[in-house]
Design a protein around this ligand. Structure first.
Ligand code: BGP
Length: 479
C-alpha cells in the first residue's frame, strides 16, 4: 500500500549536458573541449577512457565524433523545450559549455555569442514556465586548458574557472536559480579524462596527480559557491556526485570492511569536502600511508570551509557489490565503477545492474550523513528502442524502470529524506558519455540519429512521454 506523497513544488524534469545534445561544435565561436575529441563507439570510447596515455587529438581517419553534431539542440532548442513543456517539466537540467563562453578557457573576456545563445535558451524555458538547473562543468573542459595546462592538475585553471563562473553568474543572475558545480566530481577516480581533464600516463602515477586535481576542483567549487551566494543571493548551488551504494558481497567482516572503504573513498570523499567543508579523516590516513603530499596553499582550507554547497545533486543508476578478493567471481560487466555481479539483480543491455531499492538506500544514507536537501539529477535506463511500423515506440521497459525508482524516492521521502526534485537522465535521446553511442537511448523523446551518423534528427514521442506527463501532472500519484 502506498503511504508516501511527493511534496508540493517537487521539481520534476529531465537532465542533459551541453556536449551530449548541442552539437554546433564550431558555431558561435565555440572552442574545442574534451568531448569534441572523444570518439564514437562503445569499445573505442571505453578504451580511451580507461587506458592511460590519451593524446587529445581528432583523428577522422580512424574515428567518428558524435558529439560534434549530437542531436543539434543548438538549432532545435525551441522545438525540444516545447516538448519538455508539453510533458509538464518544472525544471530542465542542462549544462553551459565552458568553451562557448571562454573558447580557449584562458581568455580575459567572455565570448558574447556563447552568452547570448544561453540567454535565448533560458528565455525560451522561461516562456514555458520551466526553470533551468545548470551544471557549470559537465565533462566539457576547454581543450586548450587540457593541452597547455594539464587540466585540473594545474592551479592556474582555478583562476580561469573563477573568471568563467563570474561571467555566467553576472550574466544569468535573473534567469538561473539552481546551479551545480562539477558533474559527478568523484568520477575523476575512474574517468580522469572527462572529470579532471588529463590522461593518466602510467597507472602507478595515478593518485598524486588525481588528488591534486581534486584539490584544485574543491577550491574552485568553493570559489563558485561563494560567488554564487554574493551575486545571486536567492540562488541555490549544489555539488554533484555519482552515487552507487556499495554492498558487501557477503557477511564476512573482511568484505564488509572492504565495501565500507570503497563506499567512503568513492561515494563520500568529495561530498565530505564540498558539503562539510573539510577533508575527512579517512582520506588523511590514506594520504599518510601512500606518501601523498598535496600542494595546499595558505587560505585553501579556509575557503573550502566557507564555500560549502546548499544541496547535494547526485546521479543514481545502480548499486555496486564488492568483495575483497574478487578472483573467484565475475566482475559486473559494463559497469565502469567496478564491483562484482550481484546475484539478486538483473542488468540493463549495457550491464548496469538495476536496483530501485538501492535508490532508497542511497537517499537515506546521504541524508543520514549530511542532513542537507538532496536532488536526484540523473537516473534512467539506457536501452535499445525500436520504432514500430506505425511510428510508435513502446518503451515499457523504461517506464517500468522509472516507475520503480520513483516509488523508491517516494518511500525515502516517507522515511524523512528532504528531496527537492527528480530530473531523469537523457529526457531526450542523446550521445552516451561513456560509450559515444546514439543507440544507448534514455529519452522520453526519440531522436532519429544512429551510431553510423545517419538519421534525420526528427523527434518522436515514445510511450514513456505520455506516461511521464501523467506522473508530473499527478505529482507522482499516477505511476
Ligand atoms: C553520467 C553522466 C552523464 C551520462 C550518464 C549516463 O555518468 O553524468 O553525462 O551520460 O551518466 O551514462 P552513459 O551516457 O554512459 O550511458
Amino acid at each position: 500500500m502506498k503511504t508516501y506523497q511527493f511534496p508540493k513544488g517537487f521539481l520534476w524534469g529531465g537532465a542533459t549536458a551541453a556536449n551530449q545534445i548541442e552539437g554546433g561544435f564550431h558555431e558561435g565561436n565555440k572552442g574545442l573541449n574534451i568531448a569534441d575529441v572523444l570518439p564514437g563507439g562503445k569499445e573505442e570510447r571505453l578504451n580511451i577512457l580507461q587506458s592511460p596515455g590519451f593524446q587529445f587529438e581528432i583523428d577522422r581517419e580512424k574515428y567518428s565524433y558524435p558529439n560534434h553534431e549530437a542531436i543539434d539542440f543548438y538549432h532545435r532548442y525551441k522545438e525540444d523545450i516545447a516538448l519538455f513543456a508539453e510533458m509538464g517539466f518544472k525544471v530542465f537540467r542542462m549544462s553551459i559549455a565552458w568553451t562557448r563562453i571562454f573558447p580557449n578557457g584562458d581568455e580575459r573576456e567572455p565570448n558574447e555569442d556563447g552568452l547570448s545563445f544561453y540567454d535565448r535558451v533560458f528565455d525560451e524555458l522561461q516562456k514555458h514556465g520551466i526553470e533551468p538547473v545548470v551544471t557549470i562543468s559537465h565533462y566539457e573542459m576547454p581543450l586548450n586548458l587540457v593541452k597547455e595546462y594539464g587540466g585540473w592538475r594545474s592551479r592556474e585553471v582555478i583562476t580561469f574557472f573563477e573568471r568563467y563562473v563570474n561571467a555566467i553568474f553576472h550574466r544569468f543572475k535573473d534567469k538561473v536559480k539552481y546551479w551545480m558545480t562539477f558533474n559527478e566530481i568523484n568520477s575523476g577516480f575512474v574517468m580522469p579524462i572527462q572529470g579532471l581533464g588529463f590522461s593518466i600516463q602510467k597507472e602507478e602515477d595515478k593518485y598524486q596527480p588525481t588528488f591534486q586535481a581534486f584539490h584544485h576542483q574543491f577550491v574552485a567549487s568553493a570559489i563558485a559557491v561563494k560567488a554564487c551566494h554574493d551575486i545571486i543571493p536567492d540562488a541555490q548551488i549544489g555539488c554533484m556526485i555519482l552515487y552507487a551504494p556499495v554492498y558487501a558481497y557477503d557477511a564476512n567482516p573482511e568484505n564488509v570492511m572492504y565495501a565500507l572503504q570503497e563506499e567512503r573513498f568513492f561515494n563520500y570523499f568529495c561530498a565530505d569536502v564540498q558539503v562539510r567543508g573539510k577533508y575527512p579523516a579517512f582520506i588523511n590516513r590514506y594520504f599518510k600511508e601512500h606518501n601523498i603530499e598535496l600542494d595546499i596553499r595558505d587560505g585553501d582550507l579556509e575557503l573550502i570551509e566557507e564555500g560549502t554547497v546548499d544541496y547535494i545533486g547526485f546521479s543514481y543508476y545502480m548499486s555496486r557489490t564488492e568483495k575483497k578478493d574478487k578472483s573467484d567471481l565475475n566482475t559486473a560487466e559494463g559497469n565502469i565503477i567496478g564491483g562484482v555481479k550481484n546475484p539478486f539483480l538483473k542488468a540493463s543491455d549495457w550491464g548496469w545492474e538495476i536496483d530501485p531499492i538501492g535508490l532508497r538506500i542511497s537517499l537515506n544514507q546521504l541524508y543520514d550523513r549530511y542532513q542537507v536537501p538532496l536532488f536526484v539529477v540523473e537516473n534512467g535506463l539506457g536501452a535499445y528502442d525500436k520504432v514500430e511500423e506505425d511510428g510508435s515506440i513502446e518503451d515499457d521497459y523504461r517506464i517500468e524502470y522509472l516507475r520503480d525508482h520513483i516509488k523508491a524516492m517516494g518511500e525515502a521521502i516517507e522515511d524523512g529524506v528532504d528531496l527537492m526534485g527528480y530530473t531523469s537522465w537523457g529526457c531526450i535521446d542523446l550521445v552516451s558519455a561513456s560509450s559515444g553511442q546514439f543507440s544507448k537511448r534514455y529519452g522520453y523523446i526519440y531522436v532519429d540519429k544512429h551510431d553510423d551518423g545517419s538519421g534525420t534528427l526528427e523527434r518522436k514521442k515514445k510511450k514513456s512521454f505520455y506516461w511521464y506527463q501523467e506522473v508530473i501532472a499527478s505529482n507522482g500519484e499516477k505511476l
